[in-house]
Design a protein around this ligand. Structure first.
Ligand SMILES: [Fe+2]
Ligand SMILES: [Fe+2]
Length: 186
């Protein structure tokens, strides 16, 4: 698959867990805090959305786009990098309040609601900007050898962060979190 198509298919998977998180936030109270969901969602967002997908963008795609003249600082790449950093701070915020929220502390549950709401909102518009602006630019500026190099980088099974096993694991996690979220909204 073309590397940009790979990244866009990963966006769809990430959006499915953002949908699940939104569904959970809608009915969330301190008495019904879904600790298990947040534990698994944190794992998905840290190790797939960030550790796998953002890693593939930051490690391989963005450096190549810089060499093809797409502006970095003050431009679209710098903006995307800042949003990745902001996302990590939201996840750290959720992680830091998880034990207290599991114990039923209302303030911790509300803090998680705020961090999670910020995260969902940011990541949705981040994905839209990549799909409609940066990735369109990428398809235009990348030369065939660039695309081949990205294909090789993304298929490198010696890089433990991006193996097929990681992708398969988090596809299964996303499917389960989505079906469970649908069940709680019925
Ligand atoms: Fe990104
Ligand atoms: Fe992305």
């Amino acid at each position: 698959m073309h590397p940009i198509d790979q990244l866009m298919s990963e966006h769809r998977l990430i959006e499915s867990v953002l949908d699940a998180m939104e569904a959970r936030l809608a009915g969330m109270t301190p008495a019904s805090f879904p600790a298990g969901f947040f534990q698994e969602a944190l794992d998905f967002f840290a190790n797939f959305a960030d550790g796998y997908h953002h890693y593939k963008e930051e490690d391989a795609l963005f450096p190549m786009l810089r060499t093809r003249g797409i502006p970095d600082q003050g431009g679209p790449i710098g903006c995307m990098m800042k949003e990745h950093v902001f996302g990590r701070s939201c996840l750290a915020g959720i992680r830091g309040k998880l034990d207290a929220a599991r114990d039923g502390e209302a303030g911790a549950v509300e803090a998680i609601r705020a961090y999670a709401t910020d995260y969902v909102g940011m990541l949705r518009q981040h994905i839209t900007k990549e799909d409609t602006v940066l990735f369109r630019m990428a398809r235009y500026v990348l030369e065939p050898p660039d695309v081949e190099k990205l294909e090789r980088d993304y298929a490198n099974q010696n890089n433990p962060r991006i193996t097929a096993a990681v992708r398969e694991k988090y596809e299964a996690v996303a499917a389960r979190l989505s079906s469970e979220a649908v069940a709680v909204t019925l």
